[in-house]
Design a protein around this ligand. Structure first.
Ligand code: 3PG
Ligand code: MG
Length: 406
């Protein structure tokens, strides 16, 4: 199985449907974080420069039918500013308005169609709707990794009902390459950091990682449930009591597979989660009944860094502490800094992703210093769980790359 390459695509004069993820945060009609637009800019610019007629397809938010509050029009304007080219807009993604706008395009033009989720058929992956979308183009480029876990009409059926040749865009290809380096052909030993508040959302991930990595580093609120599983008193800390047996199973499985599990050995505790609340560092077996564990302590940071120094590849999802509230961001920031240095020294290949993780890495100022950072949330997590995303599956072609139809 392989993927077609945009390097080989003849795009001049073609109507190129490009599925992007323009589901960006907005306030007062303005885009507040343009990262997702910046990511797809190379693909859009390249296709337009090669003379393609670039038709952007995306959802925005979760509207129930057409709703001006969720129009992509202001996002299209932001795309134009960032891509530094005019971007047209059509008030619907199918039907006469879309057809007329596409028919009026010239080579090199860029057009953004209205929110695909204005049609309930989008999320139902409706085939008739997908056919209407597909009829607007001659080829399909999928550059929305962060939405590739959704089996929606503009992501999967648009390809399967039409037979349009489907290519990963440049951003999508970078994500696929990174996942391959992290999981298919990684340099061993591999370490994973799994953090965040809850085990409940990461059980599949932990199970899959145990079979893939030599070292599993557990941080964040979910580490508390593991500490509780080891019989430690964790005071008022966040804990999923009903998942203590699952945590125990993971520890047992790790032992039988001879995997190293790294848990916090000391913690920063406070009586409440508030900025600059009085806090202390304690060993994890000296947490008082009124304490909440809000970050890992300095010995844990050292312990994590020494585990990373013994590893060649790192996959990171989830922060170590309540990183949004100072000073409980320290553990995450210090580990992030060490990961950036190990990466720059050529000693570690580092992959990170997920909404909170990216926010924490941005706050630590290290995002650009890691090997690859994925801004995707659910799609990154599902990939780490070993699942093939529906939006990736439709891009796969059998045979070698060279034999792939173009
Ligand atoms: C996202 O932001 O997670 C993607 O754009 C998918 O959006 P959704 O979670 O609303 O399906
Ligand atoms: Mg989401």
């Amino acid at each position: 199985m392989g993927f077609r390459s945009l390097d080989d695509a003849e795009v001049k004069g073609k109507r190129v449907l490009v599925r992007v993820d323009l589901n960006v945060p907005m306030a007062d009609g303005k885009v507040t974080d343009a990262t997702r637009i910046e990511e797809v800019t190379p693909t859009i610019a390249e296709l337009a420069d090669k003379g393609g007629r670039v038709i952007l397809l995306s959802h925005l938010n979760r509207p129930k039918g057409p709703d001006p509050k969720h129009s992509l029009r202001p996002v299209a304007a932001a795309v134009a500013r960032i891509v530094k080219r005019p971007v047209g807009f059509a008030e619907d993604c199918v039907g006469p308005k879309a057809e007329a706008a596409v028919a009026a395009m010239k080579d090199g033009d860029i057009l953004c169609l209205e929110n695909t989720r204005f049609h309930p058929e989008e999320e139902k992956n409706n085939q008739e709707f997908a056919k209407k979308l597909a009829a607007l183009g001659d080829m399909f480029v999928e550059d929305a990794f962060s939405a590739a876990h959704r089996a929606h009409a503009s992501i999967t059926s648009i390809v399967t009902v039409s037979g349009l040749p489907a290519y990963p865009g440049r951003a999508m290809k970078a994500e696929l390459d990174a996942l391959e380096k992290a999981f298919e052909k990684p340099e061993h030993p591999v370490a994973a950091i799994v953090g965040g508040a809850k085990i409940s959302t990461k059980l599949d991930l932990l199970g899959h990682l145990l079979s893939k990595v030599e070292t599993l580093i557990i941080g964040g609120g979910m580490a508390n449930t593991f500490l509780a599983a080891q019989g430690k008193a964790i005071g008022k800390s966040l804990c999923e009591n009903d998942l203590i047996p699952n945590a125990r199973d993971i520890l047992t499985k790790a032992k039988s597979l001879k995997r190293e599990i790294v848990l916090p050995i000391d913690a920063v505790v406070a009586e409440r989660l508030a900025a600059n609340a009085p806090s202390r560092v304690v060993p994890v077996d000296a947490v008082e009944p009124n304490d909440m564990i809000l970050d890992i302590g300095p010995r844990s940071v050292e312990h994590v860094i020494s585990a990373l120094a013994r590893s060649k590849t790192l996959v990171w999802n989830g922060p170590f502490g309540a990183f949004e509230v100072e000073p409980f961001d320290n553990g995450t920031t210090e580990v992030a800094e060490a990961v950036a240095e190990l990466t720059e020294d050529g000693r570690l290949i580092s992959f990170a992703g997920g909404g909170d993780t990216v926010a924490a890495l941005n706050a630590a100022g290290v995002t650009g210093r890691l090997t690859h950072v994925s801004t995707a949330g659910g799609a990154f997590l599902e990939s780490l769980e070993g699942k093939t995303l529906p939006g990736v599956a439709v891009l796969m072609v059998s045979g070698t790359l060279d034999a792939a139809p173009r």
